[in-house]
Design a protein around this ligand. Structure first.
Ligand SMILES: *Cc1c(COP(=O)(O)O)cnc(C)c1O
Length: 465
């Protein structure tokens, strides 16, 4: 790169791939496999589309990584970053100092949050938000004179990030298998995944049963040992698992009964994804703490944090003394300025209501039609996130041998057809930008259908059906 220009000069795809393989250790990646194949180099984006280094246009049905809620290329966010970088790119919030963007964002979040949330702790990411949750929850119980209440219950196949605490709260077996996780004081219960159960109960009865696992775990551990329960309103990385409607209200009753704190990890569900500002409003529960990240800044710049409800905030503020926790980038002014512009844009475009009343239901209708496809055994959706469960037999709902990696077969077709749809096992998932038009939903679903057809043909040719 020339020292006189900030521009990154264009190289050939091969060149990028070779340098990538030589130096860049990607997250959640098999390095040898990637080096053999070469990374796909994404060069630019606009609205809901990406372009790779070969000039292919790709419809991004995953909003980057569940975060680009307002789509790419929004000038208001670009301008907010530019202005703030010029004015005050960075200052910390440690030593009794503050900055206007951080103050204004905290104020705005308190306004948008469910009732009872007046305080915000900023972090640089969702994982750091969940590390903050662990420290805050345990500090809360210390201050209540119950320091033995230190166990936080999460769920198998939940995702709460990749730091030591985030990965521990999450229930991903492959993550726990590396690095001695979970850390002490974390327990897990099963997920409210009806399709993955033995399906002997109807969905709502199953939802009650899955919630009852929480009570059983509390009783097994001892009610005086349990500090909190954490869950995503709708599990994202676990495969867009929408719980039965009975689940969260039953969880709420159990949390209330034992007085434990309820934590909603809204890193994906927050900021309109489910058709409300926060997923707990769609799913019907009242958390004490909310983790956020991703959609707060539409991913244009890293930002996360914790919304702190009155119960915990009062303890920290009135009795806590110094809270010995924080990050260099807690309240990063440029990140906060971009988030403010993002939230303003979501309001101006009325995106939350549109997801709830227009584009979400429109997506749901289109998906219902795709549900007739012979490969699809279950369709689940909530606002602008959805899952298609691939099955071997539509009538018995028999699934494929996991070793066949049928989800990856479908994903390979998506890759070639210019669609980013993710595979979680044999669940194909989408979480497109909230700004999608009806025409773009049609375009996306036509691609989805085509990729399902191509997968069907391939599986037939390989005699797997
Ligand atoms: C992505 C995600 C996280 C982790 O956020 P990072 O910014 O990647 O650290 C935590 N919780 C949920 C629900 C997520 O989807």
């Amino acid at each position: 790169m020339s020292p006189h220009t900030a521009q990154i000069e264009k190289r050939s795809t091969r060149d990028w791939q070779a340098a990538d393989a030589r130096h860049f250790l990607h997250p959640f990646t098999d390095y040898r496999q990637l080096a053999g194949r070469g990374a796909r180099i994404i060069e630019r984006a606009d609205n809901i589309y990406l372009w790779d280094s070969e000039g292919h246009k790709i419809l991004d049905a995953m909003s980057g990584l569940w975060c680009v809620n307002v789509g790419y290329g929004q000038q208001a966010l670009i301008d907010a970053a530019t202005r703030q970088l010029r004015e005050l790119p960075f200052y910390n919030a440690f030593f009794q100092t503050s900055t206007p963007p951080a103050i204004e964002l905290a104020e705005t979040l308190a306004e948008l949050a469910p009732e009872g949330f007046e305080h915000v702790f900023f972090t640089g990411s969702g994982s750091e938000g969940n590390d903050t949750i662990v420290r805050m929850v345990r500090r809360f119980w210390d201050l209540q004179g119950q320091p033995q209440r230190d166990i936080i219950i999460g769920r198998i196949n939940g995702y709460h990030g990749s730091t030591m605490a985030g990965a521990s709260l999450g229930g991903m077996a492959a993550m726990h298998a590396q690095g001695g996780l979970p850390i002490p004081g974390i327990a897990h219960i099963g997920q409210p995944h009806w399709f993955g159960s033995d399906r002997s109960l109807d969905r709502e009865a199953f939802g009650e049963q899955a919630a009852a696992w929480l009570e059983a775990k509390i009783l097994a551990l001892g009610p005086d040992r349990v500090a909190a329960f954490i869950g995503e309103p709708v599990q994202g990385a676990g495969g867009v698992i929408v719980p039965p409607a009975s689940y969260w209200p039953a969880i709420q009753r159990i949390a209330d009964k034992y007085g434990i704190l309820l934590v909603s990890d809204e890193v994906i569900c927050g900021f309109g994804r489910t058709g409300q500002w926060f997923g707990c409003q769609t799913l019907g529960f009242r958390p004490d703490l909310i983790t956020f990240a991703k959609g707060v800044s539409s991913g244009y710049i890293p930002l996360g944090g914790v919304l702190v409800g009155a119960r915990v905030a009062r303890a920290l503020i009135d009795q806590g003394g110094e809270f010995e926790h924080g990050f260099t980038y807690s309240g990063h002014p440029t990140a906060c300025a971009v988030a403010l512009a993002n939230l303003r844009l979501i309001r101006e475009l009325d995106l939350v209501r549109k997801v709830r009343e227009d584009i979400g239901p429109y997506l749901a209708r289109g998906l219902a039609a795709i549900g007739a496809h012979p490969l699809v055994g279950e369709v689940q959706h909530c606002g602008m996130m959805a899952a298609l469960q691939l099955v071997r037999d539509k009538h018995t709902l028999a699934t494929f041998d996991p070793a066949l990696a049928v989800g990856m077969v479908c994903r390979a077709h998506c890759f070639r057809e210019g669609l980013i749809m993710r595979a979680v096992g044999d669940r194909m998932i989408v979480a497109p930008p909230l700004v999608m038009t009806r025409e773009q939903v049609d375009e996306m679903l036509a691609l989805v259908r085509r990729c399902l057809d191509l997968s069907w043909n391939e599986l037939q040719e390989r005699q797997l059906l």
